[in-house]
Write a protein that binds this ligand. Structure first.
Ligand code: TMP
Length: 254
């Protein structure tokens, strides 16, 4: 494959120039970080699994009419995506209390919330992704009110759909984080779902035992991290048949 120009390296992914204008290649690494990269590690095979899991979920969402940046998976660790202007927000949806909500408000982990709650965080590593409100978002021009309306309605649809999809495979969707981008087509701008949806940015608990099947196993040193990601893929019916350990994927091209 031709050498591609690297545009951006994040904590878990790398973006390369795509084969056609308006496209990018998203490469999934095995690197894992937590607590704003104060904790670093590797989860073997994570990139391969997250590439598959995110492909699967984005395709299912596209089927119900949620616009996404996803075009197609290229290989074990790469997918072709549309280039979008990322809105600098982490949109978190919570169905069950956990993580920072439990810490901040003293609500025990596992408490079902009276309704789904959406929170916004300003994407800025130097500031540690602080929580912000609609007031900050519109005042500082990160998104306009109509953009936020689209973001909220898409987020609620994604939550409803994914809650059902995961429940169907015995998993409770506790909470997750989405990112959105602006996509221009013939002078028209659309808000589309971007980034990835995977156990890196969802809390997924076994519906019967409440066992954690997501990145909290890494964040909290619970062990069996690789196994948890594999189990999510297995339940979704998309575990690569040959497994992931012996699948290195393409060499990183810089
Ligand atoms: P929190 O409880 O730590 O605020 O996390 C809420 C959800 O957002 C959880 O599913 C993990 C996800 N998340 C990210 O994807 N990236 C992040 O940087 C953080 C802090 C959380």
């Amino acid at each position: 494959m031709a050498r591609r120009r690297q545009l951006y390296e994040g904590k878990a992914k790398i973006l390369f120039e795509g084969p056609e204008p308006g496209t990018l290649v998203q490469y999934f690494k095995d690197d894992a970080t937590a607590f704003n990269a104060q904790k670093k590690g590797t989860i073997t095979g994570k990139g391969v699994l997250n590439n598959r899991i995110s492909e699967y979920l984005m395709l299912r969402l596209a089927e119900i009419g949620v616009p996404t940046h996803f075009v197609r998976r290229l290989n074990m660790r790469e997918q072709l995506i549309r280039e979008v202007e990322i809105i600098p927000l982490e949109v978190v949806v919570r169905n069950v209390a956990a993580g920072s909500l439990s810490t901040r408000l003293g609500i025990p982990e596992g408490t079902r919330l009276p309704r789904s709650i959406i929170e916004y965080y300003y994407k800025n590593d130097a500031l540690g992704d602080p929580m912000v409100t609609e007031e900050h978002i519109t005042a500082f021009g990160w998104a306009a009110t109509p953009d936020l309306d689209d973001i909220v309605s898409l987020t609620l649809r994604v939550n409803d759909f994914l809650t059902g999809l995961f429940l169907g495979v015995g998993i409770t969707l506790v909470d997750f984080k989405l990112e959105f981008g602006r996509l221009w087509e013939n002078e028209e701008m659309r808000i589309v779902l971007a980034d990835e949806i995977s156990p890196d940015n969802c809390r997924l608990w076994d519906a019967k035992t409440n066992e954690k099947m997501d990145k909290d196993r890494f964040r909290r040193d619970l062990g069996k991290v690789e196994e948890a990601y594999q189990e999510v893929a297995r339940r979704l019916g998309i575990l690569p048949e040959a497994g992931v350990r012996d699948m290195k994927g393409p060499e990183l091209m810089q």
